[in-house]
Write a protein that binds this ligand. Structure first.
Ligand SMILES: [Zn+2]
Length: 202
């Protein structure tokens, strides 16, 4: 492999051979978003959070690995005015949030991890359990065809974020989904043959 294959794009931070800059849409998202990320998920080549951050530069990412960092980050947020997007026994349907509640919401928190790890993080973090949380009743079809998901209906972090913003702000987030599909299809084609057969370990 020649050296040029290792060059990284200044715009998207992918290798220049995997550059997705030409598809990054311009979206003005008024809703602050925090994502708690599992580091193992971050290393996965098909992780959607990397793409999501290119479209929403204001998105804040917190590592799930450091309990201290996570608690410090949660401590400074007025969590009564933030919402956790994570299905659990106490969550309510995002689709039924009233206009009054929407007006009070300052931001949303999502968890970027496998279902199992996200649940463990939730159960071991009282501050997250104390938050008002949401699940989706009728999310759009899952476009995430490349990476195999254990649950047919499971949305990627990017799709979950897009849907939540749409429900809360009525902004059209389809350009964000289109970007994911274009970028992943392109990067998939650019991958060396051997890498295409790697599936995620769940
Ligand atoms: Zn680029």
């Amino acid at each position: 492999m020649s050296r040029s294959h290792r060059l990284v794009c200044d715009g998207c931070s992918f290798l220049v051979t995997q550059c997705v800059c030409q598809w990054i849409p311009s979206i003005n998202n008024p809703l602050p978003v925090v994502v708690i990320q599992d580091q193992r998920e971050a290393k996965h080549a098909k992780n959607t959070l990397t793409l999501l951050r290119l479209v929403l530069p204001s998105l804040r990412c917190i590592s799930a690995q450091s309990g201290e960092e996570l608690h410090a980050a949660l401590d400074v947020l007025p969590l009564d005015r933030w919402r956790l997007v994570f299905p659990n026994e106490g969550s309510s349907p995002l689709e039924q949030v009233t206009e009054e509640e929407k007006a009070e919401i300052e931001g949303i928190i999502l968890i970027d991890a496998t279902w199992r790890k996200a649940k463990r993080l939730f159960l071991s973090t009282p501050k997250l359990q104390a938050m008002i949380s949401w699940h989706f009743v009728s999310p759009p079809h899952n476009d995430y065809a490349i990476r195999k998901s254990p649950k047919e209906e499971a949305l990627s972090t990017l799709e979950a974020c897009a849907y939540a913003i749409e429900q809360l702000t009525e902004k059209n987030m389809q350009p964000l989904r289109d970007f994911m599909v274009s970028a992943q299809a392109f990067q998939w084609r650019q991958q060396p043959e051997g890498h295409q057969h790697r599936n995620r370990d769940v």
